[in-house]
Design a protein around this ligand. Structure first.
Ligand code: HEC
Length: 128
């Protein structure tokens, strides 16, 4: 007789979790309504990349034409080269602008604001 008790408990648990599962689904269905909020964000990213391109031409192109590197080809800005030098995120590129490895000139926050530096970094990662 006592052997039935755990089975009843189990059955109850299954029923309860099934009910919880159902009630959780309702808020998820509302998510698509939030999507339009994302659109202005993605268009501002495009604008940011265009700004990054203009700034890159102004500050970086002379030494990094088309993402290359006139004095150190092993330090070009092509995706594969960057990855082999452990540079994969915009922050990694901003860090190099602030603290270059050796011969590159330094770009401090007076020359390029954090926002501008970020825009250049995103342009580099998306383009080369
Ligand atoms: C005066 C020439 C010069 C300018 C201008 C310059 N760089 Fe560089 N850059 C270099 C050199 C040289 C290196 C190789 C590392 C070193 O010597 O510091 C380098 C390395 C880098 C690297 C590391 C690449 C790798 O594969 O490891 C990044 C990222 C980078 N530069 C980004 C920029 C950005 C962004 C700008 C513009 C804001 C810029 N550089 C402007 C000369 C320059």
């Amino acid at each position: 007789m006592t052997g039935y008790v755990p089975i009843v408990c189990l059955a109850l648990q299954v029923t309860v979790s099934a009910l919880c599962g159902c009630s959780k689904e309702t808020p998820q269905k509302r998510e698509p309504a939030l999507q339009p909020v994302n659109s202005p964000v993605s268009s501002s990213i495009t604008k940011q990349t265009q700004k990054g391109e203009a700034l890159f031409k102004q500050y970086c192109f002379s030494c990094h034409p088309d993402g290359g590197n006139v004095s150190d080809p092993k330090r070009a800005l092509y995706g594969s080269v960057l990855r082999s030098n452990h540079i994969s995120k915009p922050e990694d590129i901003v860090r190099i602008m602030r603290n270059p490895i050796s011969r590159m000139i330094r770009f401090d926050a007076n020359t390029l604001s954090d926002k501008d530096a970020q825009a250049i970094a995103e342009f580099v990662l998306q383009t080369y």
